[in-house]
Design a binder for this molecule. Structure first.
Ligand code: SF4
Length: 435
């Protein structure tokens, strides 16, 4: 899993933002050996770049949320003019997203942007591309070549291209598209190589997860440049998340991908949060903050666990820095096993919760006190970790499940008698979700 495909490293940023390496494993331009950098997370602002205050506020929010790189659209001259001020007020590498007008790229470089994104589908004139390459070379900044499926196809001669190229990747469902993306990329890269410009990152996005997987895999085998992974127009967060995780997770697990952008029709902060969670889940980045484990709930539940989990999640995100594991379990049946390895855990019973820290029971509280007490224990544990008095992931003693009848009063007998929720007077009536 930890195998990363070696690439030429690309560097983004400056002394002000810090210099971020993308990819690595092959020698850099100075011939120095490199190791692959941690996979970085990108997002893109949703507002107008020329609205400086709002754009800066959005960039700050993304950066604070964990974005390593932020991209901004520069469709008009007023957007590239705003860049100078935006760059002064921000401390994260900024990429200018350029389409149709190569002059925007030149203006963005002049403004001091840290990277340019070009689309071969709409800036293909050789002289224009050369002008951008020369400007970036002069400024010492890289270029991402983004061969999005949606803008790469030359619609007029699509049928001809299908015939010519389809056979090349006939084993793939969308073989002709794959062939077009790779051919276009090769032609475009030749322009860069002719000018000895190699600070290039490649992306090949599509809305189809299988095509994304195939395209990046084929490109990754053919070129030594770092890959910027993404699924384009992935849709709303609810479905876009699945599509993105399937495509990006598969590629990352196979060693492909050096920087990622998950894209949703939603607040970009979710792109950052989910991108980080994906990398943490794959063990490709060191987790920042707590990792929350929670049971899915079932017919044994006797507290409002869905609400509790969301509240715990919010509190942990705001207050906990160290990557401790926190478990919120609905009952004691499978709880101890499922919470194995958690640093702080709560097992709920009949409107109560028993809290454990590294296996030691520290509290037995009413349902309405669980949230505050759990957070208190998490913060105490964080302080102990900070002081070197506790080690993450250590279990001092095996969790001894609480007595369901006594300590938690979980109505075990009633469960066994299948009377829960059957209208037994309300004392132990089962309530799932928001009551
Ligand atoms: S921990 Fe208990 S309530 Fe939660 S899913 Fe497992 S058995 Fe059900």
């Amino acid at each position: 899993m930890q195998h990363r495909r070696p690439t030429r490293p690309v560097y983004v940023g400056n002394a002000r933002t810090g210099v971020l390496q993308i990819g690595g494993g092959l020698p850099n331009a100075r011939g120095e050996a490199t190791t692959p950098a941690p996979v970085s997370v990108q997002t893109m602002t949703a507002g107008y770049t020329h609205d400086v205050d709002k754009c800066v506020a959005e960039i700050h929010k993304m950066h604070a949320g964990g974005a390593d790189i932020v991209r901004v659209a520069v469709p008009e001259k007023k957007d590239t003019e705003a860049l100078k001020e935006i760059l002064k007020q921000t401390t994260v590498p900024i990429v200018a997203d350029v389409h149709f007008h190569f002059q925007r790229a030149l203006e963005a470089v002049e403004a001091g942007v840290h990277k340019i994104r070009l689309n071969p589908g709409n800036i293909s004139d050789r002289d224009q591309v050369n002008a951008v390459i020369d400007a970036c070379k002069g400024a010492g900044i890289p270029i991402r070549i983004g061969v999005n499926e949606g803008s790469i196809i030359e619609r007029r001669d699509k049928q001809k291209r299908v015939k010519e190229l389809g056979a090349v990747f006939s084993a793939h469902k969308d073989g002709y598209l794959l062939a077009i993306m790779i051919t276009k990329l090769e032609e475009y890269l030749d322009i860069f190589y002719e000018r000895d410009f190699r600070d290039v990152v490649i992306s090949a996005k599509s809305m189809s997860a299988p095509l994304v997987i195939d395209a990046y895999t084929e490109i990754g085998k053919r070129f030594e440049h770092p890959l910027h992974l993404g699924v384009t127009h992935a849709g709303p967060k609810e479905t876009g998340c699945i599509r993105s995780v399937v495509a990006l997770g598969t590629l990352l697990a196979n060693g492909f991908g050096d920087t990622i952008r998950i894209s949703y029709a939603n607040d970009p902060i979710y792109e950052v949060e989910d991108g980080l969670e994906l990398l943490w889940s794959l063990g490709l980045r060191e987790r920042v903050g707590a990792e929350l484990i929670a049971c899915p709930t079932c017919g044994r539940i006797q507290v409002d666990l869905f609400t509790l989990v969301q509240e715990v999640r919010g509190k942990l995100a705001a207050a906990v820095r160290v990557p401790m594991k926190v478990a919120v379990m609905g009952c004691v049946v499978n709880g101890p096993g499922e919470a194995e390895g958690a640093d702080v855990a709560v097992f709920a019973g009949d409107r109560r919760g028993i809290i454990y820290v590294q296996g030691e029971k520290v509290a037995n509280v009413k349902e309405e006190e669980i949230l505050d007490r759990l957070l208190e224990e998490c913060l105490k544990f964080q302080d102990m970790v900070d002081r070197g008095e506790a080690k993450l992931g250590e279990k001092k003693v095996d969790i001894v499940p609480p007595d369901p009848l006594g300590e938690l009063g979980s109505g075990w007998e009633k469960m066994a008698a299948a009377r829960i929720g059957a209208g037994d007077g309300g004392a132990t009536e089962l309530t799932i979700g928001r009551s």
